[in-house]
Design a protein around this ligand. Structure first.
Ligand code: ADP
Ligand code: MG
Length: 365
């Protein structure tokens, strides 16, 4: 077990212009922590993981595992085990042989290999399948064999790069819970890459959000959701995404669809200090609610789409009189409005808004 530290670590691919796939990454992962790296495709997640694994050069900065500087240590010497998206199981070997192969290469005695493989198979509920070949397994079972191969090595750090992306939706949900539980049991420091923000939120002790090779924020799922550091994180974490729009500053508040949203004193001070005429206003879908038609502090929404999810429904619409101003809100599933209806929409609480700088996107307070 070990702590992992990226210190201003960069990977720059040659080209014109060069690609800073990972740009001055500063990130500490605690001993035993489950850290998720999340971001859109091409944001540098795999590169960051591969740098730690030793599969990618580190062009600037340092990477440490425990107290050891591993920046120039070859992959073999880093005491890590990686699970990839493609499990890359050896088709001609049984499950047991696949799981024990790395140990055999290390020259571990056969009896000890069998012991380790059996132990891992128990943990992963694979005991019945040890003598099968991979082709006789389901996708979920193959995924577990890939996990088993990493577990038997008892590494200081597990690295996982989108290990669930080949599974169907239902199995993915099940498996992510199993991986999280397994990690808790083993207590091995784990860095897990995904582009799926739901996976990130549900699995990570902390989540690091990457965009264009740059770390945007690293915090607990709750903190990312409640206090996103910028408009990108705000829009990326949460499903459906936060409503984000430019809103004019007027008096002590900002204007949304003709509704005046009062600002807290701190928010108002931040706006005044930077002399902003407008802000990027963020409102989560669940922070909006249907209101009686005569509600003063509210706006009219023309309903364009209703997605019924059962317990609740997502109402998509356009602010009446503001073409192109799309808004999504979450309402009670039993009484959703009808398509084409105009509904009155209010903020659940005025403090449930997020304010970002209109140009930089940085959180104002
Ligand atoms: P992610 O895993 O988040 O989808 P990657 O780490 O694979 O992103 O890629 C990050 C960036 O680096 C992308 O812009 C990608 O095109 C670029 N990149 C990745 N591998 C190479 C390579 N071998 N040569 C040049 N550019 C690369
Ligand atoms: Mg990737």
């Amino acid at each position: 077990m070990a702590e992992v530290r990226y210190e201003s670590a960069s990977r720059v691919y040659a080209g014109s212009p060069p690609v800073r796939a990972v740009d001055q990454l500063d990130l500490s992962v605690e001993d035993g922590e489950f850290l998720v790296l999340v971001g859109p495709s091409g944001s540098g997640k795999s590169t960051a993981l591969r740098m730690l694994a030793g599969l990618e050069d580190i062009d600037e900065g340092t990477i440490r595992i425990g107290e050891r500087d591993v920046t120039h240590v070859p992959p073999k010497g880093r005491d890590i085990a990686m699970v990839f998206q493609s499990y890359a199981l050896y088709p001609h070997m049984t499950v047991g042989q696949n799981m024990g192969f790395a140990l055999k290469l290390q020259g571990m005695p056969k009896a000890q290999i069998t012991e380790k493989v059996t132990e891992a198979a128990k943990l992963l509920d694979l005991e019945k399948y040890l003598s099968r070949k991979p082709k006789a397994l389901s996708g979920g079972q193959r995924q577990r064999v890939a996990m088993g191969r990493a577990i038997v090595r008892d590494p200081a750090v597990f690295l996982m790069d989108e290990p669930l992306s080949n599974l169907d939706a239902k199995l993915r949900v099940e498996t992510r819970a199993n991986i999280a539980a397994l990690q808790r049991r083993l207590g091995t420091t784990t860095i897990y890459v995904t582009h799926d923000q739901v996976e990130a939120m549900t699995m990570g002790h902390r989540v690091a959000v990457l965009k264009d090779g740059l770390l945007q924020q690293c915090d607990t799922p709750r903190a990312l959701y409640d206090t996103p550091a910028n408009a990108f994180v705000a829009g990326f974490m949460g499903s459906p995404a936060m409503n984000l729009r430019e809103a004019r500053v007027a008096g002590n508040g900002v204007v949304l669809g003709g509704m005046n949203v009062p600002l807290s004193r701190d928010a108002f001070n931040a706006v005044a200090r930077q002399n902003l005429q407008s802000v990027t206003l963020g409102v989560r879908p669940e922070s909006l609610s249907l209101a009686p038609a005569d509600t003063a502090q509210a706006f009219d929404l023309t309903v364009e789409l209703v997605e019924e999810l059962g317990a609740d429904a997502l109402v998509h619409g356009v602010i009446t009189g503001e073409p192109g101003s799309r808004v999504v809100m979450r309402v009670d599933g039993r009484t959703p409005p009808a398509l084409g209806q105009v509904v009155r929409v209010a903020l659940r609480h005025p403090e449930e808004v997020h304010l970002f700088h209109p140009e930089s996107g940085d959180r104002l307070i």
